[in-house]
Design a protein around this ligand. Sequence first.
Ligand SMILES: [Zn+2]
Length: 408
Amino acid sequence: MVSIDEDRFEETFREYSAIGATEAGGLHRLTLSAADGEVRDRFVADLEELGLEVRIDELGNVFGRREGTDPDAEPVLIGSHLDSQPYGGRFDGQLGVLTALETLRAFEDASLEHRRPIEIVNWTNEEGSRFKPALMGSGTFVGEFDVEETLARTDADGVTVAEALAEIGYDGDEPCEPREEYHAFLELHVEQGPKLEEEGLSVGVVEGVYGMAWLEATIHGESDHAGPSPMHSRNDALVAAADVVAGVRRLSNRLADDVVTTVGELEVAPGSINVIPSEARFTIDVRSYDDDVVADLVAHAERELENACEREGTDYDLEEIWRIPHTEFSSMVVETALEAAADVGASHRAMVSGAGHDASYLNGLTETAMVFVPSVDGKTHNEAEHTEWADAVEGAKVYAETTERLAE
Ligand SMILES: [Zn+2]
């Protein structure tokens, strides 16, 4: 069992966190920004110092390879992402990359020999806040997105991904695709929810990710003057929408324990203080680990819409804009991580994730699972995002041990 160097791990985390740091202790390191370029330079220098063979693909994904004793064996891939949300936290993504880096440093210290090659990766644009979609680097790598279309995507200023990559010198020449088959992918990430903290545990071994559906609803009513129009004759699109918002919220209690439902966008027209709203457009996000429950949620949401519109005398359109089935991670990798967690003595449990990660796409390519560490108060995408360092260390121990076993 190799041991990680806790001081070096923490010092490295502090140094990386200084690149793109915000005054409030967070991180503002949008993908392919100058700060992202700077942190990538540091990452590449650290990989080279470890003697890894570094390569950069045309989407800017950065790989470093440590050879195994059998160079023909399928490699184990480890890593996460170094980009952040606008005024985001220091732990989301970065902790996963630096845990993978500390794992390889610990292997080097111990002169550990492993049969399989190990590759560390920093995926480009996981966050999706500057360029859409999210999970861009990993999604393109697994063939979910077309390379040329992705490179042509623009940010709010009209800058393309290709231009932004060239600007920071990460327009690599390797094709963005696997060069060979991988044995496994393992990603460490902060939980971004409260479960581990509530249970006082340091580590979660992630068995899968919720399925979800995104709906867009538009309610059509009739605008009229807010003064002379009597209440009984109104067809108020916003009143109907308000019923649906509350109804969708209640669905989460009715159907299953793990259900989450959110209305996150609402636009009202014409949007005037003394005019009855004629139109309300809003989104509905429903998630569960059970795909049948997601289908039920969609049907129930439509019934809420139907009933609310009937009560208010309005019409509606409903469009399903996205549905993704739940992801079930590899039982081989999950079992390996659970055994590693038990053997290193970390307090842990198996769990599922409500949020998508690069690992969700990699799961379609190779045997994949994740290791979670707790998020204080469940906060994320926020400068206050925090993970107790003792938990990060426990996570790193489990991660290094799991990686060693996968690479045997
Ligand atoms: Zn992340």
